[in-house]
Design a protein around this ligand. Sequence first.
Ligand SMILES: Cc1cc2nc3c(=O)[nH]c(=O)nc-3n(C[C@H](O)[C@H](O)[C@H](O)COP(=O)(O)OP(=O)(O)OC[C@H]3O[C@@H](n4cnc5c(N)ncnc54)[C@H](O)[C@@H]3O)c2cc1C
Length: 340
Amino acid sequence: MPPYKVCVVGAGVSGLATAVSIQQKLSSKVTVTIVAEKYTPETTSDGSGGFWGPHLVNPEQADDINKWGNETFNYIFDLFRSENGGEVGAQLVSGYCFSDSAIQFVDKCFGVRELTKEETAIHPDNRKGQTFTTVMIDVKAYLPWLMKKFQSNGGIVQKRKISSLDELSPYYNVVVNCTGIGSYDLLGDHNLRPVRGQVFRVRAPWIKHFYVDIEDSNPENEIYILPGAREVVLGGTSQVGDWNTQVDSGDRDMIWNGCCKLLPSLKKAEILEEWVGLRPQRTLIRVEIDKEQTGKDGKAVIVHNYGHGGSGVTLHWGCAQEAARLVEHALQNAVPKSNL
Ligand SMILES: Cc1cc2nc3c(=O)[nH]c(=O)nc-3n(C[C@H](O)[C@H](O)[C@H](O)COP(=O)(O)OP(=O)(O)OC[C@H]3O[C@@H](n4cnc5c(N)ncnc54)[C@H](O)[C@@H]3O)c2cc1C
């Protein structure tokens, strides 16, 4: 029986990747349990575009963003090149970002360069911008794959909502908080705010490139077309502070008209789903040991991994690796809980 017990709260892309990373790093030493209210396909992560590209991040955290982002890019690229690439919908995708200013944080992508005159003509208003090749993953396929991995490594799963991390503290050496926007209520973290995103999912297998149209004067309404392995995601909105998870008809028209203006062939695409999710936006993404819950009082050490905003998939593997290192550090002075 492994001597230490770790609980990961949350089963979105952050929680599942963190749980698997802890198992990989500390295999024989820990039993890992996931506690979450919602599992795939019901998490925010399931609805994301699965596109690698830091979005709505704080330039003050540039070093972390680059480190976590680069680690995640390499990880998805390796998945794409592995025999599991098809199962998780990992792919390389090239495309166009129309914008007046340079796209930040994409140095890691392949072949980043300005659009040629011919390429600007792809846009109906002849906009300039950049082209590059990045990676994508089909999150709706990736989360079940991670869950299978977690359970085959001996991981335990519990489905329930908690109202305080203290509920778990007596039973675990370390509790890792990966609750995304749930941390607003769970921790009372009002540094966290929702950034509402509405999208369509359509069947349009002829779309092979991504297209992102960034209106610098109106960042709430960015038009994007992301060709995933099974469906194309059309977006979207970025409404800061909006908790509404219902599909809004005004947003629907804005997204549909914007995408069809960019690529008129989408008018004939079959609509599969309309969806709204809340990005967990924080001033700074929080991956750290809680300064007030370091285990000195006999309670569990709390490690946080949340607040990734519009970049949860883009940063998930790097953040999960960092959280696993923090768990390893926290266990150095821990007393085994193997008999509980
Ligand atoms: C429209 C849209 C498109 C996006 N596209 C992209 C993209 O292309 N690329 C990208 O990098 N990012 C994208 N994002 C952002 C990305 O989806 C998020 O950053 C990411 O999903 C956050 O993952 P998470 O695991 O932290 O949170 P979540 O996926 O929300 O998971 C949180 C988990 O915690 C659980 N939980 C919460 N509170 C409690 C509680 N009190 N008790 C028990 N369990 C609890 C939940 O049930 C859930 O299991 C997009 C977001 C939206 C809305």
